[in-house]
Design a binder for this molecule. Structure first.
Ligand code: EPU
Length: 321
């Protein structure tokens, strides 16, 4: 998010031994700690009083390979997009729609990253983590991770204690495109049977047209989750806002927060140097590198306004420290 913030203490860990040493150190010293990956989904409200542990564990290991699938373990410090391109080059499939998501592997299971009709939970086999309370490694199956829309056990029961060290993927070697997302479908309308590379390129094209790269303009991708409401609530909203954009989400309804934010007029406003991106109202941009509290002040104003106008609660997507 490009905010100026300092850590009281900082360490980069390159192996699981170094990670364990860092966690023993914080236990001994009674220090707060946080794990930093690529930082693209992290917002510091102020300087961090404690130890920031930068997870740089690397390594990609094939555990099993058959004619129809591969089982691969990827360390938490590997770059997400590079991993997607690594798979594309080897014809390991399922990740094409998740191209260009910023950040490192360890953050992916936290919020069950997702885009263009695919979520991490569709391809993830298991997660390995180190528990900073019992000081042991554990492994969770996909089901045990309790994945949901931008949610997992790592944001709930295991928040603040599990340090994700690697992710296992089970990927098919036969490509089956996922083209349900309308804009992707439109981009590929002249390709009835697209290859994996064509889907990957189309996702990059759609994403680049709408979402600013965090290295060019500081941002955290979607700053808000799309709210999930009941069918009854949608009926009430439609009475006032017939154009409201919604999607079926299991037996509930997911509302397009971007639509509500844009309708409420936030694309035109700037707040203490922080504003909404012109092409995607879910994205807060911080071109002037304003502090975290300025970013949060804009977010809080938007949340209050959406509550007032639509009676809908917007939840923040980034992790705030
Ligand atoms: N819309 C507007 N104004 C805007 C942008 C969108 O009114 O400025 C409306 C449009 O009607 C559009 C609808 O909102 O049809 C949905 O927009 P879009 O398809 O761009 O997706 P999104 O719901 O805004 C979600 C994810 C993105 C992901 C895209 C594509 C969340 C919080 N965000 O955005 O994820 O890339 O779908 O799958 O679920 C991220 O998590 O950081 C992220 C970028």
């Amino acid at each position: 998010m490009g905010v100026p913030a300092l850590a009281e203490q900082f360490v980069s860990v390159n192996s699981s031994e170094e990670l364990q040493q860092a966690l023993h150190y914080v236990t001994e010293q009674g220090l707060p700690y946080m794990i930093l990956g690529g930082g693209s989904n992290t917002l510091f409200k102020q300087d961090y009083s404690g130890l920031v542990i930068h997870n740089q564990l690397t390594g990609i290991n094939v555990l099993e390979q058959t004619n129809d699938h591969v089982l691969v373990q990827v360390a938490a410090g590997e770059n997400w997009h590079q991993w997607v391109t690594y798979c594309l080059a080897r014809q390991w499939h399922g990740l094409e729609n998740l191209a260009l998501i910023p950040g490192l592997m360890g953050a992916a299971p936290m919020q069950n990253i997702g885009a263009y009709g695919v979520e991490l939970k569709d391809v993830l086999h298991a997660v390995e983590y180190f528990d900073s309370i019992d000081h042991r490694f554990h492994q969770l199956t996909n089901a045990e991770c309790e994945f949901d829309y931008r949610d997992s056990i790592f944001k709930k029961q295991l928040a603040g204690r599990a340090v994700i060290t690697s992710v296992r993927f089970k990927l098919p070697t036969k490509f089956s495109p996922v083209l349900g997302y309308p804009e992707l479908n439109k981009t590929l309308k002249n390709k009835p049977d697209p290859t994996a590379a064509e889907v990957f390129n189309a996702v990059c094209q759609v994403r680049n047209a709408k979402l600013p790269s965090p290295s060019a303009i500081p941002n955290s991708g979607s700053f808000f989750k799309n709210p999930v409401v009941s069918r009854g609530q949608l009926t009430e909203l439609r009475a006032h806002y017939p154009e409201i954009v919604s999607f079926v989400h299991g037996d509930k309804i997911k509302l397009a927060a971007a639509w509500m934010i844009e309708q409420a007029g936030w694309k035109q406003r700037e707040y203490d140097g922080v504003c909404i991106h012109q092409h995607q109202a879910l994205v807060i941009i911080n071109p002037g590198h304003r502090p975290g509290d300025a970013v949060l002040a804009l977010a809080k104003n938007i949340q209050a306004d959406i509550m007032r106008k639509f009676n809908v609660e917007l939840q923040l997507e980034p992790q705030v420290y």
